[in-house]
Write a protein that binds this ligand. Structure first.
Ligand code: F6P
Length: 324
């Protein structure tokens, strides 16, 4: 193998740049050429490639976003899109690809490999932490730190005004950011889609807290908990219990940005090296992940989709005990 490509695809995540850097420098160390595919799969179809060398990844390990840009490509889901990408890859003499993204990215890569015969390896880049085959995805730790920083600030105003806050966090249909962001910020309650909580339960915990002289509350709501998210939960709670003045904050895309934490930089570096060296050694269509602090390879077809295990309510109960 003489030439590989690196691509970021799907939602960006802090640490993707550290991953790009690891892929490029590992490939160069092994005497290979590297091209960057810009704008995710859309850029792949358009042949939007740039040659990369050691200098092109200088000064990026600390930056959020992705130097290569990204997209959620509809065109790559079509046969025509894949065939066009294959044509562009063959023209550029790309013999292997390292992908940084989530389950949609890996699903696309599996299909592309069948269409093109070009092998690829992946590393998990998403703030949602929702992939099988790794204990942590790149960007998740940074997003958690963004959540706790935001909630700490909301806590100041909640306490000053004796208010009840519902804070919505990202995660799509997974509750990892809500659960662990809630524990880390000392939230009074956490609502996640995998372990449903009735509005009556939420209300009774708020009321019990008030009777213990609690004067403010933070309830973290995973965006996928119910349709309408935190606004809908707040409305339903208010219909049953209107003691506290209530506010809703949606942290939103702030969770996707910012300088990656040290944890995410190290994770992206280790996985970027493992995926690239795996590709060189002949592995294909697998994601390099970290399980029990060891590198583990999982076929793309098995990476989708990890949710908080509903049989394990212990963490949620612990959070509620500590937040009571
Ligand atoms: O998958 C990452 C994520 O940030 C989810 O948590 C969220 O539901 C989604 O992407 C938002 O997507 P978009 O940036 O396309 O609005």
């Amino acid at each position: 193998m003489k030439k590989i490509a690196v691509i970021t695809s799907g939602g960006d995540a802090p640490g993707m740049n550290a991953g790009i850097r690891a892929v490029v420098r590992t490939a160069i160390f092994h005497n290979m050429e590297v091209v960057g595919i810009r704008r995710g799969y859309d850029g792949f179809i358009d042949g939007d490639f740039i040659p990369m060398d050691t200098n092109s990844v200088s000064d990026i390990i600390q930056r959020g976003g992705t130097l290569l840009k990204t997209s959620r490509s509809e065109r790559f889901r079509t046969k025509e899109g894949m065939l066009e990408a294959r044509r562009k890859a063959n023209e550029a003499e790309i013999e292997g690809i390292v992908l940084i993204g989530g389950d949609g990215t890996f699903k696309g890569a599996d299909e592309f490999s069948e269409v093109s015969g070009i092998p690829s390896m992946g590393i998990p880049g998403t703030i949602d932490n929702d992939l099988f085959g790794t204990d942590f995805t790149i960007g998740y730790d940074t997003a958690l730190n963004t959540v706790i920083e935001a909630v700490d600030k909301i806590r100041d105003t909640a306490t000053s005004h004796h208010r009840l806050f519902f804070v919505e966090v990202m995660g799509r249909d997974a509750g990892f950011i809500a659960l662990n962001g809630g524990i880390g910020s000392g939230a009074e309650d956490i609502l996640i889609p995998e372990i449903r909580t009735s509005i009556d339960d939420v209300v009774s915990r708020i009321d019990a807290g008030r009777k213990r002289n609690k004067s403010s509350f933070i309830i973290i709501v995973a965006e996928g908990d119910i349709p309408g998210g935190a606004f809908e939960i707040a409305k339903q709670v208010k219909e049953k219990y209107n003691y506290f003045e209530t506010r809703v904050t949606v942290i939103g895309h702030m969770q996707r940005g910012g300088s990656p934490t040290c944890f995410d930089r190290i994770l992206a570096s280790r996985l970027g090296v493992a995926a690239t060296e795996g590709l060189i050694a002949g592995r294909k269509n697998e994601m390099a992940g970290l399980i029990n602090n060891q590198i583990a390879f999982t076929p793309f077809s098995k990476t989708c989709k990890q949710l908080v295990d509903p049989n394990n309510e212990a963490l949620l109960q612990m959070a509620r005990m500590l937040g009571s």
